[in-house]
Design a protein around this ligand. Sequence first.
Ligand code: GLA
Length: 386
Amino acid sequence: MNTLYQPFIERFEESSNPVRTFYAPGRVNLIGDHTDYCGGLVFPCAIDRGTTVMIRKRDDDTVKLASTNFELMASLSPAELNQKYGDNWINYVLGVIDQFRKRGIETTGFECLYSGNIPNGGGLSSSASLEVVTAFALNSLFGAGFDDIELVRIALAAENEFVGVNCGIMDQYAVAMAQKDHAMMLDCNTLECEQTPLKLDGYQIVIVNSNQRRDLVDSKYNERFQECQTATRDLSKHLNIKQLAEVTPAQMKDSLEYFSSIDVAKRAKHVITEHNRVREAVIALNADDLNTFGRLMNESHKSMSEDFEASTDIIDQLVAISLDTPGVIGARMTGGGFGGCTVNLVAEDQVEYFIESVGKRYREACGLKADFYPTQSDNGMREITE
Ligand code: GLA
């Protein structure tokens, strides 16, 4: 039996109902940030960190939610499931239950214990992992019959409607659909997905957690989302487009006068160039040209920092220190931004030195201790049966 079993039976009353275990990974986005909600391309892979849930039906209609990561145990009646639970991780679960209800499926009662090792709010999709594992588990436990794409949509709607973050579909899609040893080029407009072999010959993905405190991230994220909406409205008065990612770099250059402000134009420039960088990066990876892939990662970071203004001074320093270290061919902030993690392509034989040297220089420069995760890709959501 897996290691959650003991903590599970300690938390809940005895029952003869069967216990099941489900898992969803986190993800790291290699390139293509803040393009998903603009109908653009992204290129994430699942990582070897994630969220496990052990779950069992109850004979009454109570829902009990616990986690090995937090003290609190929530015990909720069906009526309480519709209300937000303070500013708490529980809301991601309630958001999923809410979406099942909206599709006519009542998922009461059950009890479950979560356990995760994705740093919270670090840009590695701890929330999408929690939403997706919940949707997958409830779908199986209550025989709801939703297909995988519908589970992705349920998880996304939970975040958009219940939690209130206007995020795009990248994270939920990635943690649900990932294939080990691949990254996926996802067109967030059509949901066409190209699983691309991650041939990193001699290089290793190393995620660095800056451990910079992130404040007001959701509201800054929503502000960027609104700016991109404004950019789309501005341009659609003059160009035949529905989404920002449809605009070509040449059209962008000729359209500067149409934007309602300089900031809005800068946000659009990032989205349009980033969307095109993803395509170039995937071509480079398929051609075993990791140096070009790395250069595009670096350009992506510059664009996130200067045009999208979603980086921070501390992250910019961390990226600069990383790029100044032997064996590093690409470094960029990953995910929503405003702090969190960077993703780095590091020569395998330099990883140890990278960890030691970047850790030391980052502490000296920024007064913070970084965490390093040499990372392997992984498969998406699944049931764990042994
Ligand atoms: C967060 C969101 C995603 C995406 C990224 C930025 O992770 O959840 O939808 O917008 O930020 O690329």
